[in-house]
Write a protein that binds this ligand. Sequence first.
Ligand code: COA
Length: 464
Amino acid sequence: MTTQKDPKRLQKILQEAAKQARLEDAGDVQPSFTHHEADWPIECTVGPGLEGAVACESKVGYVNGEKGALVYRGFDIFELAARSSFEEVSYLLLYGKLPTRRELEAFNDRLVAYRHVPKSLRLLMGFPVENMNVMGALRLGTNLMRQEFTSLDRLSGRPDPVSAIGSDEDSMGMERPPRGEHDATYEFLPKGASAPCRSAEGTESCLHLISGVATIAAAISRIQKGLMPLEPDPELGHAANYLYMLTGKRPDPESARIMDVALILHADHGMNASTFATLVVASTLSDIYFSIGSGIAALNGPLHGGANEQVINQLEEIGRPENVPGWFDKARTENKKIIGFGHRVYKKYDPRARVLGPLAEMLSGSCEEVTSLLETARVLEKKVIEELGQDKSIYPNVDFYSGLVYTCLGIPKQMFTPTFAVSRVVGWTARVLEYLENNRIFRPRAIYTGSFGQRYLPIEERRD
Ligand SMILES: CC(C)(COP(=O)(O)OP(=O)(O)OC[C@H]1O[C@@H](n2cnc3c(N)ncnc32)[C@H](O)[C@@H]1OP(=O)(O)O)[C@@H](O)C(=O)NCCC(=O)NCCS
């Protein structure tokens, strides 16, 4: 954990990052892929991996890769990181406006209540969590939080959604039999309604997930260390409480604020793979818990959220700053991607890395564990930008420095990707709520490159 030094140093870093972004990526955010109202069908050029395809309209967030800009609901990410909190940003992303003080307090109260997921945790502890992949365990835990108060359960005598979620009976078993098309347990389809809507229980499920994913992630980390999960502390904010439940120590204000900033920076990021996966599942009118489980599964991949863990492995493999040139040349010869660099959208410095790099620098002073890794990271960054920046627009991405920051905050390496999910669950839920207002099941096509007219040969006539 950090020792308190200049109380304004974090604020200075955020201001400097914003200034640097303005200098290097000068000009307003270009209005590419922005329309007041899209005129469907849209003509666009699509590449492999759906690159260039437009999946939907959204007011939640905007990424401009050419300008290195990230915007949530019209607010610049640097301003939100400097002035807001994770709770406020969550409200903003979900409801589309900054909350009043009263709205934020009420929102906070619900988040605090939903941090308790005792039955989900009890169920989760019935599985061999200590031997599981952490993201697999997180996905399982999220599914175990699945709620009973779907449209089917809104019969007289059933609890209302808020009290059902807040009670000890916070989850249901997964063995509930499917009841067919007309009675399926859609989270977002009130009984009798023909179209999904932003129903109260749908929004409550989102808050439940935002709080519960953090509790479950922290519990998994402790179970894997042979420790019992900790009860959330209602006096702490979301970021501070997450660190507390993970490490067992109440963080100092600066560490709590750094965690808060990291959560803000990761909360939403356009139509990335995990967001798309979440939306695809939601578009089938499956429920929000299953949808978020898909986001978690997609985030697990090393090309997506799994990269920050690999960055640390990569820095450890390089060993020392002077090894960077040789290591880099070998990686290039072997056609290996340098982890923590490059981005499908950003062709400039990732704005989140602009904050996380200096934060890692600031923390490294009191965190010996990362001092030499950071030196190596800085040399690697310089080398990659020199060699690949101009030619291929390859710059550090969000994952390059986030692991170093997390290490200084006491977060174990295997918890880096779950920590990403703890934040991104906000973007996932906000976009699902938005998408379901005008839902259309996702159904792209594939180009068939196989053959036609094959004749079926009985197995006894086939040769080895
Ligand atoms: C994120 C990523 C998947 C984006 O991929 P993409 O937009 O599909 O980029 P491409 O794979 O098309 O790469 C374009 C070119 O840049 C090169 N490139 C991209 N990322 C690179 C990297 N990290 N290191 C070295 N070269 C890279 C590619 O080899 C390719 O070169 P080519 O034109 O000679 O074939 C890719 O940059 C990557 O794998 N990065 C490393 C993993 C990582 O950090 N992931 C976290 C993302 S937030």
